[in-house]
Design a protein around this ligand. Sequence first.
Ligand SMILES: [Zn+2]
Length: 67
Amino acid sequence: MIKNGSFCIKCKKPLESDAIPIYRKLVNRGAEEFLCIGCLADSLGVSRKEIENLIDFYTESGTCALF
Ligand SMILES: [Zn+2]
């Protein structure tokens, strides 16, 4: 899931492997540019932990095609 050269469009840090699918899930399914988990949490006004909990939820549920 990690694409070479994928960096957060805000802070320019390398994206976490889960940052891309959760961004597509929460923001824009067709996105080609992404925020890292920390910046995504900031932009949504939630804590990083809440994003990580969502990632765990979607990963474990196995029902989301993006994960
Ligand atoms: Zn970032």
